[in-house]
Design a protein around this ligand. Structure first.
Ligand code: GLN
Length: 304
């Protein structure tokens, strides 16, 4: 199979069809993005890299950063973290509050906003300079110092983040947030406002696909068991209440963000990132879902 040819053909096919869905305008700064941006980066564990379209343009990675924050916290605190956040799919939208009341402030999983808030709180407690230290962590895994926060996006989200503020304060009322909610939210909004390209994301997430779970530079980020578990949570919870559908149609562990990015990994084989800002009604990239479904169906490169 000629992977480059397949990627380019699927890209053209999807780019010629109607681009459905809507940009995430609830964060005003994200509304400024060109809805027709469309990029793909495939990176194999043997370092075969193919990029199509806007694969080197940076975009707001949003919830994709939740995987990196979880990795950092898991490495730092080990299995203690599961006392404060679960590993079950929630079946609810990413920003839902409903289950927290009956679950006594323990979020169902670390990839919904509530869970990411608790993970952020752990990092804020532990790190001397949370924003700086987290950015350095991401840069090291990616092997690039060209990764930054967009202060404009972080500020924009903070200015309208009523729901996230409610979530954080609500969890605090159950005692599952240690720090001042404002500090936790500031870290959370920045973490979501990291900007990366498809190429940078594929390089970063390759550690979850690589033999022995190492970065492109050979560094072990997490133990093998912990890396496998991160992949398991991506498989079951990476797409909120569309996680079952993503598993069904694409068949890979993955994570989406409301900036329109999706990263997916095939452990032992490859990592692929797609970016197209228009989202379906579940908050996942419309073209991203379509592209990955077609790619894994045609190439039979899914884990099932
Ligand atoms: N920053 C966004 C929010 O908290 C992230 C959501 C997402 O990407 N699904 O609402």
């Amino acid at each position: 199979m000629n992977c480059k040819e397949v990627l380019e053909r699927i890209y053209k096919e999807i780019a010629s069809k109607e681009n459905k869905g809507a940009i995430a305008t609830y964060i005003p700064e994200l509304a400024k993005v060109n809805p027709d941006n469309f990029g793909v980066c495939f990176l194999s564990v043997n370092n075969e890299e193919h990029g199509v379209g806007d694969w080197q343009t940076k975009f707001s990675i949003q919830s994709i950063s939740k995987v990196l924050a979880l990795s950092f916290a898991y490495k730092t605190f080990g299995d203690e973290i599961w006392e404060r956040v679960g590993v079950e799919p929630s079946g609810t939208p990413f920003n839902s509050l409903v289950q927290l009341e009956s679950d006594n402030g323990i979020p169902r999983n670390p990839f919904m906003n509530s869970g990411a808030m608790v993970i952020s709180d752990m990092l804020v407690s532990h790190l001397e300079n949370p924003k700086e230290d987290f950015l350095n962590y991401v840069r090291e895994i990616c092997g690039s110092d060209q990764i930054q926060y967009s202060e404009a996006v972080a500020k924009s989200e903070a200015s309208v983040g009523y729901r996230n503020k409610a979530l954080c304060n609500f969890i605090k009322s159950f005692g599952n947030i240690e720090n001042d909610p404002n500090e936790v939210l500031d870290f959370y909004f920045h973490k979501c406002a990291i900007e990366m390209s498809c190429q940078e994301l594929s390089k970063t997430f390759l550690f979850l696909a690589n033999h022995d779970f190492r970065t492109t530079k050979g560094k072990k980020v997490l133990s093998t068991s912990k890396s496998k578990r991160i992949n398991a949570i991506m498989q079951t919870c990476g797409f909120y209440d569309e996680s079952g559908e993503f598993s069904f149609k694409v068949g890979l562990p993955g994570k989406s963000g409301v900036g329109g990015g999706i990263v997916a990994v095939y452990p032992g084989k490859y990592c692929i990132t797609v970016w197209s800002p228009k989202l379906n009604e579940k908050g996942n990239s419309y073209r991203g879902m379509q592209f990955l479904e077609t790619f894994t169906t045609e190439t039979e490169l899914s884990i099932f």
